[in-house]
Design a protein around this ligand. Structure first.
Ligand code: S3P
Length: 441
């Protein structure tokens, strides 16, 4: 999907971090708004939609299944819901680009449809494990085949008469797998319950509730009964804490910085990065806490100071799973050692984030030792240098903000994927005072 390579190489030259900005809309919530809005009866109006490539892949998939969607236009999207039985067979395989969320959640929804479909994606997505969704969907009676080696994409989905509810214990903490099962469960006979080994983001449960679909939550279990209808709702999507994390780190690690990030989602199942940075000594205040569309939101004020290395508590790992590239940069700038364990999931994200981050940090003169399930980083002086983001949006953005604490420019290749989750990253970065150039601009 990412064929335009104009900004595949960035050079970040540091700068300052000051001012007031808004970050891009939440990626996880934007995907779900399209999916659940499409299944609803009535018209759903969304504000704050993230027009990044990942969410646009979801949007295009629903258009090709007959859903009329207007926008995105300055974050506004209007979804003309077709109702729970209204999706039509797509004419061609659905291309999910780089987006694991699109592929896994859609696998659940499509397993329940009365038409065949196929899901594919870019090179990175075709390397990612899908057995974790294929297995529970098969137990529900679905026919989902992973056509790649060892349970990898593409996925071929064949229609079955009906699905049956399931009581599933997730072997890995994964909101994508939980959500795939719950979306299939909307169509299943009886009740579908998912129990998670540790809390993961609960946007699907919250959004279904906001759309009038009853979801029962008991401790670590989320349950729903198949067969009810979804009612259109208007939504305002908060800023993405995963995008804000790069600026939180940029500001927190340099004394003198002072930044206000407005309207950022602080859902308790997502706020691990805040808690980790606070434990590292970051000066972050939550201001003006409020609720938007069933999601907690705040303005985040962050001021620069000294950070210290910590042992990252295991229970925070699933709550900060997307923020580790940024947290590793904070660890590199911190005094002392930071140890992360129990985070093997990082190896199967858009890139192997343990290896890509360790390699990049080492190229910048930081002692970063990869472990099977984590990373040990000794903070120290960060030098300039050349790093490879391996087409991973969050790795690219992490190294761009690392330049704030570095003694020389950082040149980042494989950075075009930033458009998947934060298309206006460069504008926001420049607005707060970072000096970043994209090749051929
Ligand atoms: C997501 C869940 C997480 C996260 C991903 C988005 C979601 O993945 O890493 O970026 O929207 O449900 P896992 O649930 O596989 O950990």
């Amino acid at each position: 999907m990412t064929t335009d390579k104009r900004d595949d190489r960035l050079t970040a030259r540091g700068g300052s971090v000051q001012g007031t900005v808004q970050v891009a809309g939440d990626k996880s919530i934007s995907h779900r708004a399209i999916m659940i809005g499409a299944l609803a009866d009535g018209v759903t109006r969304v504000e704050g939609f993230l027009a990044g490539e990942d969410c646009l892949a979801t949007l295009a998939a629903f258009r090709s299944m007959g859903v009329r969607i207007e926008g995105p236009d300055a974050g506004r999207v209007t979804i003309h819901g077709v109702g729970r039985e209204g999706l039509r067979a797509p004419e061609a395989p659905l291309d999910m680009g780089n987006s694991g969320t699109s592929m896994r959640l859609l696998a659940g929804l499509l397993a329940a449809q009365p038409f065949p479909s196929e899901l594919t994606g870019d090179e990175s997505l075709r390397r990612r494990p899908m057995g974790r969704v294929v297995s529970p969907l098969t137990s529900m009676g679905g026919q989902v085949a992973a056509l790649g080696e060892e349970g990898r994409p593409p996925l071929r989905i064949s229609p079955v008469g009906s699905l049956k509810g399931i009581n599933y214990e997730l072997p890995v903490a994964s909101a994508q797998v939980k959500s795939a099962i719950l979306l299939a469960g909307l169509y299943a006979d009886g009740e579908t319950c998912v129990t998670e080994p540790a809390p993961t983001r609960d946007h699907t449960e919250r959004m279904l509730s906001a759309f009038g679909y009853p979801v029962r939550r008991e401790g670590s279990r989320a349950c729903l009964q198949g067969g009810a209808r979804v009612q259109a709702a208007d939504l305002s999507i908060p800023g993405d804490l995963s995008s804000a994390a790069f600026f939180l780190v940029a500001a927190a690690m340099v004394p003198g910085s002072d930044l206000l990030l407005e309207g950022v989602g602080i859902n308790p199942t997502r706020r691990g990065a805040l808690d980790i940075l606070l434990a590292m000594g970051a000066h972050i205040e939550l201001q003006n806490e409020r609720t938007h569309g069933g999601e907690p939101v705040a303005d985040l004020r962050v001021r620069g100071g000294e950070l210290r290395g910590i042992e990252i508590p295991s229970h925070l790992v699933p709550l900060a799973i997307d923020e580790f590239p940024a947290i590793f940069v904070a660890a590199a700038a911190a005094e002392g050692r930071t140890v992360l364990r129990d985070a093997a999931e990082l190896r199967v994200k858009e890139s192997d984030r343990i290896q890509t981050m360790a390699d990049g940090l080492q190229a910048l003169g930081i002692a970063a030792v990869p472990l099977e399930d984590g990373l040990v980083i000794d903070g120290g002086p960060i030098s300039g240098g050349r790093v490879d983001a391996h087409g991973d949006h969050r790795v690219a953005m992490a190294f761009a903000v690392a330049s704030i604490a570095a003694s020389g420019p950082i040149s980042i290749s494989g950075a075009a994927a930033i458009r998947t989750s934060f298309p206006d990253f460069l504008e926001v970065a420049r607005a707060v005072g970072l000096r970043i150039e994209a090749e051929n601009e």
